[in-house]
Every structure is written in C-alpha cells, then in structure tokens.
Design a binder for this molecule. Structure first.
Ligand code: NAD
Length: 272
C-alpha cells in the first residue's frame, strides 16, 4: 500500500506511550498546535496507565493502524518491540519514526528492508545538537590527524539497559570512519590490569551509569601536548522528544525507499 502525505497538523501514534520518552512526546504535543495525538500503544500491563488519553489505545501498533489512517508512528520502546511496530507499519503503509537504541545487526538489516516498503526513520539520538556534532566530528578527526588518540566517555541514568549508548556508538562510528576504520574492530570498552601501551588503532568508549543523568557524551582527541574535548549534554528528554516530532513531520512528506536518519532531517541546516 502506498504511504499517504499529510497536511499542516501531523497526527502521531505514540508507541511506548507510558515510557519516559513516550510521556515526554505526549506532553510536548499537548502544549503545541502542530501535532495531534491520534493513538497510543503500550504493553497490556500498562494499558490502564494510558487509557485516559484522548485517543484510541491498544497493546500493539497494528490494532491502532486498523482504526487510524494517515498518522506517523513514533516508537520509543525496546528493540524487539520496535521491529514488531515496523512490520505493522510496513503492512499498513504507515510512516514510522523509531528512537529505540540497542538494535543488533540483524534487526538493523530487517529495518532497512522494511524501509523499502514504507517510510521509516531510525536514529539512536534525535537531538539536533548531537546530529550536528556527528557531522563535525569527522572533520576534526581528519584535520587533527593520526597523532591524536580518540576516546569517548558516555554517562547515563542507572535504568538504561544498553551500553555503550546508541549515541556513543554513532559518534564512535563517525570517528572510526574518518580514519578508515571499522568501529567493531577498534572499539575498547574497558581497561583493567596490565594492559600495556595503548595501540594507535583504538577508540576507547567508556560508560558510566548512575542517578537520573539524561545523557552526557564527550569525545577527546589526545594529541602531543594538548587535548581537544567536544561533547554534548542533554539537560532533559525534551530535546529528544522535540527531535522525534520534527523527524515525524519531516517524514510525513517523504516517500519510502531507504532507511532515513536524523542526519537527513538536519541536512538543510548545514553549510554545503
Ligand atoms: P522506558 O522503559 O521508560 O519506556 C519504554 C516503554 O515502551 C515502556 O512504557 C514499555 O512498557 C513500552 N514497551 C515495551 N515493549 C513494548 C511493546 N511490545 N509494545 C508497546 N510498548 C512497549 O524507556 P525510555 O527511556 O522511554 O526509552 C525507550 C527507548 O528509547 C530506549 O531504547 C532508549 O535507549 C531510547 N531512547 C532514545 C533516544 C533518542 O534520541 N533516540 C532518547 C532517549 C531514549
């Protein structure tokens, strides 16, 4: 089925509506005029917590898509759940934005295949700031050259399930590809004991967990006699929620073809 295009108000179905991100997205929509909550999905044990929302609710995306047309699904759940949403979106020709992190390679491959059937955007970080940073990191890595060792630190709240964070992996991939490396071959996520000298072809990505930290990412370039540090700190989840809604609006005008990313959304704000 062909995906449909949208007018000025974008209808949104939130999947993971009772989660931290889901609730943030719903509250942003309530406070603005550009989006309308058209449906809410969460697991059956959480349905009573979302039953009072002013829209149809269900424990799976397909059930809502049977009732609601022309809405963009926004899914912040867990890897298997997001893949289930993506299959339902492909079956119904619905557009889908996914923010879930921790997807493995087979899941990313399946998502890319489903994106050939319906417009899908996936980004492990919906923040505009992080996505601009992603564009500039390779320039820094190239300009500084191989004498500068690249390392990263990420800090998140204690309930986060995956490590390193999806954002750290995105930033790490940008650094690795600037040197012509493949991140899984050069990533080091812990050092302990007599580890010897640091190899030049290595990127350390260390994860700290605690409290309610929303997200801190720092990239270091350690060179001869100097260190360059560049990073991003999210003060609240609102910047991810804003980015997800911006992505949904952008996607509502796109056709299927390939898996889109937040980089595509910010394309026109960057210098050519
Ligand atoms: P959370 O645990 O607070 O919320 C997840 C919600 O999804 C829960 O309400 C849960 O019941 C629901 N859920 C789980 N399985 C489901 C299913 N099969 N069907 C429907 N609902 C289901 O987590 P969170 O902090 O909101 O984060 C969710 C995901 O988003 C994580 O992977 C997190 O890393 C990621 N995240 C991404 C960004 C980004 O910018 N891309 C930002 C923050 C969080």
């Amino acid at each position: 089925m062909a995906a449909k295009t949208h007018t000025s108000i974008t209808d949104i179905i939130v999947v993971g509506a009772n989660g931290r991100m889901g609730r943030n997205i719903i509250s942003l929509m309530e406070n603005g005029q550009d989006f309308r909550l058209a449906g809410a999905v969460d697991t059956s044990e959480h349905l009573d917590k979302i039953k009072d929302l002013p829209c149809p609710v269900a424990d799976n995306a397909a059930a809502i898509l049977d009732q609601v047309q022309n809405a963009v699904l926004v899914d912040f759940t867990a890897p298997q759940a997001s893949l289930k949403t993506a299959r339902a979106a492909a079956e119904h020709g619905a557009r889908l934005v996914i923010g879930t992190t921790g997807l493995d390679e087979p899941q990313k491959t399946e998502l890319a295949l489903l994106a050939e059937q319906t417009p899908i955007l996936w980004s492990a970080n919906m923040s505009i700031g992080v996505n601009v940073l992603l564009r500039f990191l390779p320039l820094l890595a190239e300009a500084l050259g191989p004498d500068y060792d690249m390392e990263m630190l990420e800090v998140h709240h204690k309930r986060k399930k995956d490590a390193p964070s999806g954002t750290a992996l995105m930033l790490g991939e940008a650094l690795a590809s600037a040197r012509g490396w493949h991140l899984p071959d050069v990533r080091r996520s812990g050092r302990n004991g007599i580890i010897g000298e640091r190899p030049q072809k290595e990127i350390g990505i260390m994860a700290l967990r605690g409290g309610d930290v929303v997200g801190i990412h720092k990239c270091y370039f350690f060179g001869p006699g100097e260190t360059i540090e560049i990073g991003h700190q999210a003060q609240s989840r609102e910047n991810f929620a804003q980015g997800a809604l911006r992505a949904a609006r952008w996607l509502s005008r796109k056709e299927k073809g390939r898996l889109y990313s937040m980089g595509d959304v910010i394309e026109n704000v960057l210098p050519k």
